[in-house]
Design a protein around this ligand. Structure first.
Ligand code: HEC
Length: 235
């Protein structure tokens, strides 16, 4: 008797629309982890791909702050809505041949529906991560941002702040503000720039570990000219 009652309650709970919608949103949030390395939900915070904030109703390839759209996407004439986004996420290359989004598509219709349900909420005007944090969706958004978040290089730990770089034969030696010097085989150190407001100050380079083995790192400068300025040829 008890069991029947519990089963009945469970059935009612599971089929109530609010609950089903919540489940879909949280599955969609998980699915967004496939996108988060390349796309943020903060307005104008662009990474490999354009920010997806305020996506619904936007013309494809039209975000003024994003400089790397393909000609194909810009010329597509698509307006992003439930239908066009579903087609894009099913098979980007079929919908817009020669686009440059490195993503093969999502086969499952249910997965796409969950992802779009989440995105529709999370990209609404004013729904950016900061605002969401105050409205109780914070946990959700913080979890999600984890995937795509790059560290802000304006505030560096001593172990991340590079004070000296020398190059000798096939080796870079990188000294950090905590006094440590580490050698790197020159093919294991990647030299990058970040000119955004989250990049390092001029004259400062940041070192960020890369890969799992501890033998690789990224050195990030504020501008290209800083790279050769800061590297001393010395054995
Ligand atoms: C490896 C990086 C990468 C991944 C992963 C990725 N994208 Fe993209 N995305 C891009 C790039 C680059 C573009 C620009 C494509 C172009 O201009 O042809 C883009 C474009 C878009 C656009 C068009 C935006 C506009 O302003 O017109 C949408 C929508 C989009 N992506 C959604 C997604 C979603 C949702 C996911 C996850 C399922 C995803 N993308 C995964 C890199 C990525």
């Amino acid at each position: 008797m008890h069991r029947v009652l519990i089963a009945a309650i469970a059935l009612v709970l599971a089929s109530s629309p609010g609950r089903a919608q919540q489940d879909s949103l949280s599955r969609g949030e998980q699915d967004f982890r496939a996108c988060a390395p390349c796309h943020s939900l903060e307005p104008d915070r662009n990474m490999t791909g354009p920010s997806l904030a305020n996506l619904w109703g936007r013309k494809a390839g039209s975000l003024p702050s994003f400089d790397r759209y393909s000609e194909a996407l810009k010329a597509s004439g698509i307006i992003w809505d439930d239908l066009s986004l579903d087609a894009w996420l099913t098979a980007p290359e079929r919908m817009v041949p020669d686009n440059i989004m490195p993503f093969e598509g999502i086969k499952g219709a249910r997965t796409r529906a969950d992802l779009l349900a989440f995105l529709k909420e999370a990209t609404k005007p004013g729904a950016g991560p900061q605002q969401m944090a105050q409205s109780g969706m914070g946990g959700m958004m913080r979890g999600m941002m984890g995937g795509g978040r790059v560290p802000n290089l304006k505030s560096l730990q001593p172990s991340e702040r590079v004070t000296r770089i020398t190059h000798c034969r096939d080796t870079y030696r990188v000294t950090t503000a905590d006094g440590k010097t580490r050698p790197f085989w020159e093919r294991n150190l990647r030299l990058k720039t970040d000119s955004s407001k989250e990049g390092p100050e001029r004259g400062v380079a940041a070192i960020v570990p890369a890969g799992m083995m501890g033998d690789r790192a990224d050195l990030i400068f504020s501008a290209p000219d800083e790279i050769s300025n800061m590297i001393e040829q010395r054995c």
